[in-house]
Design a binder for this molecule. Structure first.
Ligand code: ASP
Length: 596
């Protein structure tokens, strides 16, 4: 029977009771983790979000009525107890913050009973994901998930605090906005009042935050919910949260400066980790050349070496063909892996093929200096010597080479480098290595659309020194765009924006917009720029990913209270769901029969 808590006040949480409070009377409320009835004595582990407190019910210390109730307690009953803090009579539990004390209960109320739960509430649950997500409210009772969401809350609080002290204003931008086809697919919301018209949910507050700069707010911050209707790749969510900011009268260095201080403050206060400033900066080109990735993991070396010039005259057709087609030959040195069994090497070759490589060439150097290679017969001894020395190969090393188009070589070796690091156990979750990647290309060529698309977005400012190339060689133009990367994850990115209309017009032209189509989509922003626009720049972090890394979680689902699964559905609420025809009619919509 459920009792009320009338007249009762919780004095503190379970794990807030300390040894120093011995002898004091406290009132605790929470869930029964475990109840053990030993005849004349009942032990209960009481759980709340702070932790666990052991309760002891003894006939005589509690009324016989309460003692009888205690005997019937089962897991997940919600109870309130008042009692006296005592030193533990039995063995001390070193695993608990409250392991040296217990509460001798004087009175008990059962606030609600609970059915038998579908899985135990415990750390590192082995329960299947689908079951956990269906009963997410129970899953969220698990201490490890509670800790992660508490960490998330702390990150949000500290973020607001830091930026408020730096003079940023928190301003909300609309959820119901204008759909723009640029970028990912929008989620649409049909308008009831305007038949046939739709709002788009924001993919980011980009245009609104730029308008706020036009309005003179100068420094804006928002923890903004964003929506992208993409086919979900691993560990993406259709809705996610950004720490979104925009600043006026600034250039790249100003944005980087305030964000470095933010990261230092955040990591110190949440994890007691010291971030060394300044954070290293490398250009996009350098990141690609050295790590084969625009989000390099800097916790380990194993950098790429360009050996194109060394193998240029070799008779190995794979190398020669790649070079003749304007590609490159690059390699990585997996230190100490020279005795990797053939089967494992074959697996790496398969892995590389997954990234589009036709194969991988290798040289394995044995401890005695002898070499085994997949392509030795096409090379002279001198050529091999030169190759090994360019790769800094030593006895015991495994050298792996890819030869193809530039981009493919980067992709393959970048991925291989990470795969080998995992295998060689080079990745320490407790090490946090940041790097800024700057000077991204402004544009990237889309084979699909047969035109350039903006690498960041159409409002990103080209580097002044490259402006002259925008007509002659647009693919070479670098942008004032930057990403902040942590342990191989892009945790944030942004850019200086274009505020000069001639440059913006040029940019639209390169992207294939006509003046009319640009105006149709972004007219309000372009209009606003006509009335006095300050130079401005900004950045947005992916809060979910940042918190995931800080919490040492393996998936962003663990740091989102109610996440969706890969097909964008929610297993708990069963959304999305069919709506009734009346609702559809009000929205001037009809659902087409799928004829598949
Ligand atoms: N709006 C951008 C994004 O979502 C970030 C920025 O440029 O501030 O990636």
């Amino acid at each position: 029977m459920a009792e009320s808590m009338k007249g009762l006040h919780r004095t503190c949480r379970c794990a807030e009771v300390t040894r120093e409070m011995t002898g004091q009377t406290v009132t605790l409320m929470g869930w029964v983790q475990k109840a053990r009835n030993k005849g004349g004595i009942v032990f209960v582990d009481l759980r709340d979000r702070s932790g666990i407190m052991q309760l002891i019910f003894e006939d005589g210390s509690v009324s016989s009525e309460d003692f009888a109730k205690a005997g019937k307690l089962r897991s997940e009953f919600v109870i309130a107890v008042t009692g006296i803090v005592e030193k533990r009579g039995g063995a001390v539990n070193a695993n608990l913050a409250t392991g040296e004390i217990e509460l001798r209960v004087q009175s008990l109320r059962v606030l609600s009973e609970a059915d038998v739960i579908p899985f135990p509430i415990e750390e590192n649950s082995k329960t299947r994901d689908e079951v956990r997500l269906k009963y997410r409210y129970l899953d969220l009772r698990r201490p490890d998930l509670q800790k992660k969401l508490m960490l998330r809350s702390r990150v949000a609080t500290l973020t607001r605090q830091f930026f408020a002290e730096e003079g940023f204003l928190e301003i909300e931008t609309p959820m119901l906005g204008k759909s723009t086809p640029e970028g990912a697919r929008d989620y649409l919301v049909p308008s009831r009042v305007h038949p046939g018209c739709f709002y788009g949910l924001p993919q980011s507050p980009q245009l609104f935050k730029q308008l706020l700069m036009c309005s003179g707010f100068d420094r804006y911050i928002q923890l903004a919910r964003c929506f992208r209707d993409e086919d979900l790749r691993a560990d993406r969510q259709p809705e996610f949260t950004q720490i979104d900011m925009e600043l006026s009268f600034v250039d790249v260095d100003d944005v980087i400066d305030v964000n470095e201080r933010f990261l230092k403050y955040l990591f110190k206060n949440v994890l007691d980790v010291d971030v060394q400033l300044p954070i290293q900066r490398i250009t996009w080109q350098e990141a690609m050349d050295r790590f084969g990735s625009d989000k390099p993991d800097m916790r380990f070396g194993m950098e790429l070496h360009d050996v194109s010039d060394i193998v240029r005259s070799s008779s190995f057709a794979v190398f020669a063909n790649a070079l003749a087609a304007g590609g490159s030959v690059r390699g990585i040195n997996a230190k100490g892996q020279g005795s990797m069994p053939r089967k494992k090497i074959d697996k790496l070759v398969e892995f590389a093929k997954g990234y589009g490589a036709k194969g991988l060439a290798y040289i394995a150097i044995a401890e005695d200096g002898s070499r085994k290679s997949s392509f030795a017969k096409f090379m002279t001894e001198e050529e091999l010597d030169a190759l090994v020395s360019a790769m800094e190969g030593e006895p015991g090393d495994l050298l792996l080479f890819a030869a193809d188009r530039q981009k493919l070589v980067y992709d393959v070796l970048g991925a291989l480098r990470l795969e080998l690091a995992k295998e060689m156990d080079l990745l320490d979750k407790n090490e946090f290595r940041f790097v800024w990647v700057t000077e991204f290309p402004l544009l990237e060529w889309s084979d699909e659309e047969n035109r350039f698309t903006a690498m960041h977005h159409p409002f990103t400012m080209p580097m002044e020194e490259d402006l002259a190339l925008i007509d002659s060689d647009p693919g070479k133009v670098r942008a004032k765009a930057y990403d902040i990367v942590l342990n191989g994850n892009e945790i944030g990115g942004g850019s200086v924006r274009i505020h000069q209309d001639d440059i913006q017009e040029k940019m639209f032209e390169v992207l294939g917009f006509t003046p009319e189509s640009a105006h149709e989509q972004f007219g309000f922003l372009l209009d606003a720029f006509r009335y006095g626009v300050p130079p401005h720049a900004g950045l947005a972090y992916g809060l979910d990913r940042l918190v995931m890394l800080m919490a040492g979680a393996d998936t962003i689902r663990d740091v989102i209270a109610f996440p969706k699964v890969k097909d964008a559905s929610c297993l708990m609420t069963d959304s999305p769901s069919v709506v009734d025809t009346k609702q559809l009619a009000e929205l001037h919509l009809a659902v087409k029969e799928e004829t598949t």
